[in-house]
Design a protein around this ligand. Structure first.
Ligand code: SIN
Length: 522
C-alpha cells in the first residue's frame, strides 16, 4: 500500500500540467501506462490554438469554439479556456517549450511566434513546434520542468485497474494499479486526478496510439461517477488511407497551409458541402470525405502549395512517414480517410476539474466540461489539457483530505482468467463500433451494436494483465457510447443519425450514471 497526497493517472499534457501545480502542495505520484511521453499529447501534430493577441483575439477564439461545437458548448468552460489560454501558454514558454518562430531574416515578423490556421478558425492562431511535432515538444518540455521541481514521482509502465472508493461509497480515495511484472499496488491519495486521455482504440480505424483505451472514463463510470456526452466522437477527416498502413494523422494544418481535397476524379469537392471549403468544421469535412469516398479514394493535394513552400521543412514528421510509402507532400496525391480521433464526451466535470464524486477530478480528453460541445475546434485539445489541468490542481489542493478511511474491496468481479482469444475479442469490439457507431449512425445499427455488445460480455476474456484490463475498459466505454447514441435522436456536430438528420431545437447534454441515461440543459 502506497499513500500519497495526490495521485495523477496519466502523463500527457493535462496530467503533467496538474503535477506542476500540485507539487507545491504535497507529494504527487503520476502513473503512466507506458514510458514517459507516450500519450495522445505526443501525437498532436498541428498545434495549440491560443489567442495571444488578447482582447478581440480572445473574443474571436471564443466565437469560433462556440460555432464549431454546434450549439452544445458550455459557454462558461469555453470562456475559461480562451481567456486563460494565453497565460498558460506563456508559462510553457517560461518553462522552456520552444514554439516555431519566424526566421531572423524575415522582414516584418522576425522572431515572432509563427501561427497557422486550421478548420473553423476565423484567423491564424495555431502555434506549432518542430513544424508538426507540437505535442511532443510540449510533453518533453513539461516532463523536464516536472523533473526540475522534484516532489513528483513518475511511475511508468503501470496500468490503472480501478478506483478505490471509501466504505460508504462516496469518496474516491485512491486506485488499484498493476505494475509491469503483474503485481498489484494499492495507492491511497487525498485526491485523485484522471488525466488518462481518450479512447480512440475503441474503433478499428483511429489516429490514436495504443494507450488510448478509455481507462479513466471506464474506471470513473464503474466507481459511480457521471459520464456526459459519450455519443460525441470526433472523426478526424484526414488519416492516411493506405491498405495495411496505420491511420497516421495527416494534420489539419496541411489544409491550413493550403492543401485541397480532391475526389477519385481529381475534382475539388468541398464547395458542394460548406462555404469554408477545406477549412470547414471538422465534422462537416469528415462526412464530406466519407460521402465522396463511396465513389473511390479521396486525396489531399498539396502540389500547388509545394511549388511555393518547403513542405519537408514545414511538416517533417508527416514527410518522414510518407517517405516510407514513397510519397511526397508537394508532388503526390496523398490518400486520406476519416478515422476516430477525439472523444468530446467523458467524465462529467466542472471547470475546476471536480467530477460528480468527491475526491475524484478529471482534466483533458478524459473529462467532459462541455467545452467542445458536439464538435471540438481544431487544436483546442492541447489548450484544454493545459488550462484545465492547471485549474484541477488548484481545486485538488483545496479539496484533498488528509485522513481518510477506506476499505479496499479486493480484485473486482471477473478478474479470474477465463482464457480465450483476447486480441480477437478486442478486434471484434473495435470493428463493431466502427461499423455501427461511426460517422453515420442510425437506430437500427445502434441497437444491433447494443445487442452484440451484450453477447460479447459473456465471452469477455478477463485476466489480470494490461490487455485484459484494457479490454474491460474498452467494453465499458463502448457500452456507454452506444447507450448515449441511441438516446440522442437528433443530428448535431459529430453525432450524425441518418434516421434523425435534423438538429433538435433544444441543446441538451446526455448524462449517464450506472446505466441510467438522462438529458440536462447544462
Ligand atoms: C491535427 O493536427 O490535425 C490535429 C489537431 C487536433 O486534433 O486538433
Amino acid at each position: 500500500m502506497r499513500v500519497v497526497d495526490f495521485l495523477v493517472i496519466g502523463g500527457g499534457i493535462a496530467g503533467l500540467r496538474a503535477a506542476v501545480g500540485l507539487a507545491k502542495s504535497g507529494s504527487v505520484l503520476v502513473v503512466m501506462k507506458e514510458g514517459l511521453a507516450e500519450s495522445n499529447t505526443t501525437y498532436a501534430q498541428g498545434g495549440i490554438a491560443v489567442a495571444m493577441g488578447g482582447g478581440e483575439d480572445v473574443a474571436l477564439h471564443l466565437a469560433d469554439t462556440l460555432a464549431a461545437g454546434d450549439g452544445l458548448v458550455n459557454a462558461q468552460a469555453a470562456a475559461v479556456l480562451v481567456e486563460q489560454g494565453p497565460k498558460r501558454v506563456g508559462e510553457l514558454l517560461e518553462w522552456g517549450t520552444v514554439f516555431d518562430r519566424y526566421a531572423a531574416g524575415d522582414l516584418t515578423q522576425a522572431g515572432e511566434l509563427m501561427r497557422t490556421r486550421e478548420g473553423a478558425h476565423s484567423l491564424p492562431r495555431i502555434l506549432h513546434a518542430h513544424g508538426d511535432g507540437t505535442g511532443r515538444e510540449i510533453a518533453v518540455s513539461l516532463l523536464r520542468h516536472v523533473r526540475r521541481l522534484g516532489r513528483v514521482e513518475l511511475m511508468e509502465w503501470t496500468t490503472s485497474i480501478d478506483l478505490i472508493v471509501n466504505s460508504d461509497g462516496g469518496r474516491v480515495v485512491g486506485a488499484t494499479l498493476l505494475d509491469s511484472d503483474g503485481g498489484l499496488i494499492e495507492v491511497q491519495a487525498g485526491a485523485v486526478l484522471l488525466a488518462s486521455g481518450g479512447a480512440g482504440q475503441v474503433y478499428s480505424e483511429t489516429t490514436n496510439p495504443a494507450v488510448a483505451t478509455g481507462d479513466g472514463i471506464a474506471m470513473a463510470y464503474r466507481a459511480g461517477a457521471e459520464l456526459m456526452d459519450m455519443e460525441f466522437y470526433q472523426f478526424h477527416p484526414t488519416a492516411f488511407a493506405m491498405e495495411g498502413a496505420p491511420r497516421f494523422l495527416m494534420s489539419e494544418a496541411l489544409r491550413g497551409e493550403g492543401a485541397w481535397l480532391v475526389n477519385a476524379r481529381g475534382v475539388r469537392f468541398m464547395e458542394r458541402y460548406h462555404p469554408g471549403l477545406e477549412l470547414a468544421p471538422r465534422d462537416v469535412v469528415a462526412r464530406a470525405i466519407a460521402r465522396e469516398g463511396m465513389d473511390g479514394p479521396v486525396y489531399l493535394d498539396m502540389r500547388a502549395v509545394g511549388a511555393k513552400t518547403d513542405l519537408k521543412a514545414r511538416f517533417p514528421g508527416i514527410s518522414k512517414f510518407l517517405e516510407g510509402y514513397r510519397l511526397q507532400l508537394g508532388k503526390d496525391l496523398i490518400p486520406v480517410c476519416p478515422a476516430a480521433h477525439y472523444l468530446m464526451g467523458g467524465v462529467r466535470t466542472d471547470v475546476d476539474g471536480r467530477t460528480s464524486m468527491p475526491g475524484l477530478f478529471s482534466a483533458g480528453e478524459v473529462a467532459c466540461t462541455g467545452v467542445h460541445g458536439a464538435n471540438r475546434l481544431a487544436s483546442n485539445s492541447l489548450l484544454e489539457g493545459l488550462v484545465f489541468g492547471a485549474l484541477a490542481a488548484e481545486a485538488m489542493a483545496e479539496d484533498r483530505v488528509q485522513n481518510f478511511e477506506c476499505e479496499v474491496l479486493g480484485p473486482a468481479e471477473g478478474w479470474r482468467d477465463r482464457g480465450g482469444d483476447l486480441e480477437g475479442w478486442i478486434s471484434d469490439l473495435r470493428r463493431l463500433l466502427w461499423r455501427d457507431v461511426g460517422l453515420l449512425r442510425d437506430g437500427a445499427g445502434l441497437r444491433r451494436a447494443q445487442q452484440e455488445l451484450a453477447s460479447m460480455r459473456e465471452t469477455m476474456p478477463f485476466g489480470l494483465s494490461r490487455r485484459a484490463v484494457e479490454a474491460r475498459n474498452l467494453y465499458t466505454v463502448a457500452e456507454a457510447m452506444v447507450r448515449a447514441a441511441i438516446g440522442r435522436e437528433e443530428s448535431r456536430g459529430a453525432h450524425f443519425r441518418m434516421d434523425f438528420p435534423e438538429r433538435a431545437e433544444a441543446a441538451v447534454h446526455s448524462v449517464l450514471r450506472r446505466g441510467e441515461l438522462r438529458f440536462v440543459s447544462q
